[in-house]
Each structure stands twice: as structure tokens, then as C-alpha cells.
Design a protein around this ligand. Structure first.
Ligand code: ATP
Length: 329
């Protein structure tokens, strides 16, 4: 059985990571294991930024966004030498298991640690919600609530000034934030990378809506969509320009950006983080390794990490269809 367990956060930060760290530490202590915090993800692992944690180390963090362990991306970790340095540091501290809180890139890094005899368990945490084998990843619920609050405000001004607003949300490869928030705010169009779209159809919808007396229009766009013309840096500007040119209606662009990453985690994210992290430490306590934990149909389960990473990320087409129905006249 592992006695010394490390925990790190890696990749993009996500609200709820702190709730997961807190649970890893306190669950480990309840199993009479010694928890160690690894700062700045794999970068800190290479640089030996490792510290023993006690219960009070994680006091007062459950409500905080971001990650108290900091996060980083590390190219060096992907080299043979970097990986060796990381493994040697773990061995030096006699840490034989690590809980990795992050996205799919972080999980691939975890698999390379496993090849060197380190037990690893992955906890999905990314606002993009693009990790297979879990309905939700930590941080997604907070992010979509942040988008919803912002678009509620945008709608007030859109309606007063009778304008079209194109709202760009995060999601380089995943339209989940756009889809869930778009459905929740009653967006008129939702453009995501996973579903082909025609801007002419978006314009036609706007024209029909205005003719029917509607005085504003909200188009939610995932940052990862591609447009026919690739000379446009921000896709939302491209969409906005097209709409203005083809409908004649005044169009404004809002890029929500990094506010989507921050903020106090929602109840859902705190509960998800606590439940997943408890399960992760329990697996390590049982001697298991090479797995990720996830929630499917409200149940916490675990999967072989290699299998999980080979699965394709999908989006909820039922939600997409529902959003389309609700926004047609
Ligand atoms: P997010 O989805 O929020 O971007 P992520 O975990 O997918 O999170 P990445 O930047 O892809 O974020 O990965 C985080 C770190 O994991 C990288 O900086 C790198 O150190 C390590 N990593 C990523 N892919 C691999 C890989 N194939 N092999 C080894 N390590 C990897």
C-alpha cells in the first residue's frame, strides 16, 4: 500500500480544483497516508517544489477558485531528461503515488510517470468539459454559470439598444461551454466546433426574428469554430462582421475570456470535486493505478486511463437540437 501520496494540479486551472486538493489531503490522512503537495504541476515536480501537507494546509480553500498548488504547463516534462528528473524527485521524497488533477494532456503526462513505477490516478478538471468517461469535469459548472451571468447582463443592454451581440466563450476544441450556456440563456444561435453551420442561416434567422418584432439577438460562439476566411484572428469578430454586412443590423462583440476560469466554485463543482477526489485516494489506498475517476449518471466510477484517453470527446446532441428548436420561431 502507498504511504506517501503526492497531489498536483496541471494544465488550465478550473474552479473546484481546491476542493479536490482539500479532499485528497484529508482523505489520505484518514487512511493514515502522508500527503505531499507538488506545486506548479509537472514543472514543479521537475524542480522539486514538493511540500508535506497537513490538514490545516487545506483549510479555508474550498470556496476559492484557482488552485493553491498553482498550475503550469511544462515542455521539459515531455522530454526523457525532464521525466527522469520528475521521477527522481518523487523517489527522493519516497512518494510512490500521485493524484493528477487536470485535463487530458495532464493525464498523458501521468501515464508516462506510471511507466516509471509511480502509481497514478487522474481527476478530470477543466472548464472545457472535454474529457471522455465523465459527464462533467471539475470547473465546467462554475464556468457555464459565469457565462450565464454575463450573458444575462448583455441581454439587458442588447434589448435596450436593439442590437445583436456575438458572445465568444472558451472552448478551443469543445463546444460544451457554448452549448450549455447558450441553452441556459436562450441564445438565438449557438456555433460550436463539433457541428457544421452556415453563417447565412444565422443571418436568415436574425432577419426573420427582427421581422417578427424581436429587437435583439444573442449569438453564442465557441472560440474553436473555424470560419471560411482564416485571416480573422478572433472568430467572433469574423461572425460579427459577417452578420452586420449581411443583415445591416448593428452588431457588437463580447469576448468573455479568462473570467470564465475564475470565481468561487458552484455547489455542483465542490460536490463533484469532493466525491471524485475521495474516490481517487480510495483507489490508491486499494493499490490501484492507471485509472481516472469520473461521474456518469450521477455515479462515481473509474476507468482505465489508457482506455479513457482513446475515447472520443462527444457533445450532447440532444441539447443542441433542443436549443435549435427553442430558438426557432
Ligand atoms: P486543459 O484541458 O485545461 O488545457 P490539460 O491537462 O489538457 O488541461 P495540457 O497543457 O495539454 O493541459 O497538459 C498539461 C501538461 O501535461 C503539459 O504541459 C505537459 O507537461 C504534460 N503533458 C501533456 N501531454 C503530454 C504527453 N503526451 N506526454 C507527457 N506529458 C504530457
Amino acid at each position: 500500500m502507498s504511504r506517501r501520496i503526492g497531489v498536483l494540479t496541471s494544465g488550465g486551472d478550473a474552479p473546484g480544483m481546491n476542493a479536490a486538493i482539500r479532499t485528497v489531503v484529508r482523505t489520505a490522512l484518514s487512511f493514515k497516508m502522508e500527503p505531499f503537495g507538488i506545486y506548479r504541476g509537472y514543472h514543479g515536480l521537475i524542480n522539486d517544489e514538493i511540500e508535506k501537507l497537513v490538514s490545516s494546509s487545506v483549510s479555508g480553500i474550498i470556496q476559492r477558485g484557482g488552485t493553491v498548488l498553482k498550475s503550469a504547463r511544462s515542455q521539459e516534462f515531455m522530454t526523457k531528461q525532464g521525466l527522469e528528473m520528475a521521477v527522481n524527485n518523487l523517489k527522493k521524497h519516497k512518494i510512490d503515488s500521485v493524484v493528477i488533477i487536470g485535463g487530458d494532456g495532464s493525464f498523458r503526462g501521468a501515464l508516462s510517470l506510471m511507466k516509471h513505477g509511480i502509481k497514478i490516478i487522474g481527476i478530470p478538471a477543466t472548464i472545457d468539459n472535454d474529457i471522455p468517461c465523465t459527464d462533467f469535469s471539475i470547473g465546467f459548472d462554475t464556468a457555464v454559470n459565469t457565462v450565464m451571468d454575463a450573458v444575462n447582463k448583455i441581454r439587458d443592454t442588447a434589448s435596450s439598444h436593439e442590437r445583436i451581440y456575438v458572445v465568444e466563450v472558451m472552448g478551443r476544441h469543445s463546444g460544451n461551454i457554448a452549448l450549455y450556456s447558450g441553452l441556459a440563456v436562450g441564445a438565438d444561435s449557438i456555433l460550436i466546433p463539433e457541428v457544421p453551420f452556415e453563417l447565412d442561416q444565422v443571418c436568415e434567422k436574425i432577419r426573420l426574428a427582427y421581422e417578427a418584432g424581436k429587437n435583439h439577438n444573442i449569438v453564442v460562439v465557441a472560440e474553436g469554430i473555424s470560419l471560411p476566411s482564416d485571416d480573422i484572428r478572433n472568430v467572433s469578430f469574423g461572425v460579427g462582421k459577417y452578420i452586420e454586412e449581411h443583415t445591416g443590423y448593428e452588431t457588437r462583440i463580447v469576448i468573455l475570456g479568462h473570467i470564465q476560469r475564475g470565481g468561487s466554485p458552484t455547489v455542483n463543482d465542490r460536490l463533484l470535486a469532493s466525491r471524485l477526489a475521495y474516490h481517487a485516494v480510495s483507489l490508491i489506498h486499494q493499490g490501484k493505478s492507471g485509472k481516472m475517476v469520473g461521474e456518469v449518471d450521477k455515479l462515481i466510477k473509474s476507468w482505465d486511463l489508457q482506455y479513457a484517453l482513446a475515447q472520443e470527446h462527444t457533445i450532447n446532441m440532444e441539447y443542441y437540437r433542443l436549443a435549435s428548436i427553442l430558438s426557432s420561431l
